[in-house]
Design a protein around this ligand. Structure first.
Ligand code: UDP
Length: 471
């Protein structure tokens, strides 16, 4: 029987891309394996996901996308998005079980690889005696905190939202409790309890893949290897296989941006893009426009309509923004030489690698950070949601690749602050130092991903380890 690896990615495009890229890498090192990726109908709902799946089906036919049926009883869609993901994963358990049984009639499943948000499949896979691995789509730093969560839970009785103090996990800079992800704020919430369960299961898993590369996070990776993060045993085998990134197959505004960039001087442009769902209210958009103008820097800015009141926090169809209404009067005309504003989406990966780009105002999403590191572009950190506030601390104090923006408690950033940080990044000595450091990181990112590099070696180790697995 053929040996198979079955993968269960979570919903967002970043989660899907890293899982599929991992599948492709595994196949590169052992083409005899079959890779099957289980997808729910929700995976096909967003345009970016659907395009990506179509592209991979065409370019890598050896990867099989296996569509799961819709749930007989759909989950309650009024549930907060993060909880909904876990709820959906729970409801899918019987379907996943049947599907794995069917696959195992024709192949030997040597490994199940779960996104950490597909955690409920852990029990299904292990009960079928399938060696079960996780893919952590964030940093080693984020993984370190997630694994250390049980120790914190045992030793601290208050919720992060009430704690108002600094928390340190092994090998990490101290993080203020209110900078922890909001999903962890309240120890009695569903999201916290779900994450605690991920933390427990991961510690018992056969191994953890992480979307980072060894040279980027040596201190945290050492702490993980020393087993300091898990209370009751060593860290399972950990494979640092990143950067698992791929340019989006959505070519929205691509030609326009690249043509404009090619007319700009080398490393002169600051890019402002805020992830797949980042949006700002109108007053903040106006303030950003003023800040950009004040800074005197060239810029490429992706602008979206402000979020509707009932926004659920996941990628939904993007409304066409009315730039004349959203930005200050005359802004577009006054800045038509120095700046390019595009609506909703631009090919970020390709843009960051363009020689005219010299800085990136980033929402601190991990894929965007990896794309910037690969391209050698230093950052101004403007966190918006999820684990991005703690990423900001790590980027500034840990791996030292970003300048922090001062934000009001409600997250508002003034025009003066934005202008000041952009000037610092693009013109001052501190910005120059960051650029040099990120440029060295970019070289190690490229080396890690080539034959014999650390990330490739990690994949080889995993593939070799499968040979001794008896199922
Ligand atoms: N992205 C893009 N163009 C845009 C906005 C986002 O190509 O206009 C891509 C970006 O390159 C990255 C992903 O969307 O690969 C966002 O992932 P990240 O983890 O940074 O943030 P998230 O969207 O998960 O918050």
């Amino acid at each position: 029987m053929k040996s198979a690896v079955v993968m269960l990615p979570s919903l967002g495009i970043g989660h899907l891309i890293s899982m599929v890229e991992l599948g492709e890498l595994i196949l590169t090192h052992d083409p005899s394996l079959s890779i099957t990726i289980l997808l729910t109908p929700a995976h096909y709902e967003t345009k970016s996901n659907a395009n990506y799946i179509k592209t991979v089906s065409y370019t890598t036919p050896s990867i099989t996308f296996h569509p799961l049926p819709a749930l007989p009883q759909p989950p309650d869609t009024s549930t907060p998005y993060f909880d909904l993901i876990f709820q959906t994963s729970k409801l899918y358990k019987p379907i996943v079980r049947d599907t794995l049984r069917t696959i195992s009639e024709k192949s030997t499943i040597k490994a199940g690889i779960l996104d950490f948000l597909s955690n409920d499949a852990f029990e299904v896979c292990t009960s079928l005696n399938i060696p079960t691995y996780y893919l952590f789509t964030g940093s080693a730093f984020g993984l370190d905190f997630l694994l250390y969560m049980r120790t914190i839970h045992e030793n601290v009785s208050e919720s992060f939202k009430d704690l108002r103090t600094y928390i340190e996990a092994p090998g990490t800079p101290p993080i203020y409790s209110l900078d922890m992800p909001m999903t962890m704020y309240d120890r009695n919430s569903n999201s916290y309890i779900n994450l605690l369960s991920v933390s427990e299961n991961m510690a018992k898993s056969s191994g953890i893949f992480v979307n980072t590369f060894a040279e980027l996070e040596p201190r945290v990776i050492k702490a993980l290897a020393d087993g300091e993060c898990i209370p009751d045993g060593p860290t399972p085998p950990t494979y640092y296989v990143g950067p698992l990134i791929r340019d989006s197959s959505d070519d929205n505004n691509g030609d326009k941006c690249l043509k404009w960039l090619s007319l700009q001087p080398c490393k002169s442009v600051v890019v402002l893009i805020f992830g797949s769902i980042g949006k700002f209210k109108k007053d903040q958009l106006e303030e950003m426009a003023k800040g950009l103008e004040k800074s005197g820097q060239r810029f490429l800015w992706v602008v979206r309509s402000p979020p509707p009141e009932n926004e659920k926090g996941h990628e939904s169809a993007l409304k066409e923004p009315d730039l004349d209404d959203l930005l200050p009067a005359g802004f577009l005309n006054r800045n038509k030489e120095k700046g390019l504003v595009v609506k909703n989406w631009a090919p970020q990966g390709e843009i960051l690698r363009h020689k005219s780009v010299g800085g990136f105002v980033c929402h601190c999403g991990w894929n965007s950070i990896l794309e910037a590191m690969r391209a050698g572009v230093p950052l101004v950190a403007w966190p918006l949601y999820a684990e991005q506030k703690m990423n900001r601390v790590y980027l500034v104090e840990g791996i030292k690749v970003a300048l922090p923006l001062k934000m009001r408690e409600d997250g508002f950033v003034t025009a003066e602050e934005l202008a000041e940080r952009l000037r610092e990044l693009m013109e001052e000595e501190s910005g120059k130092k960051l650029r040099e450091h990120v440029s060295a990181i970019s070289e190690s990112a490229a080396a890690a991903a080539t034959e014999g590099g650390s990330s490739r070696v990690a994949v080889v180790e995993f593939v070799e380890s499968l040979k001794s697995v008896r199922v």
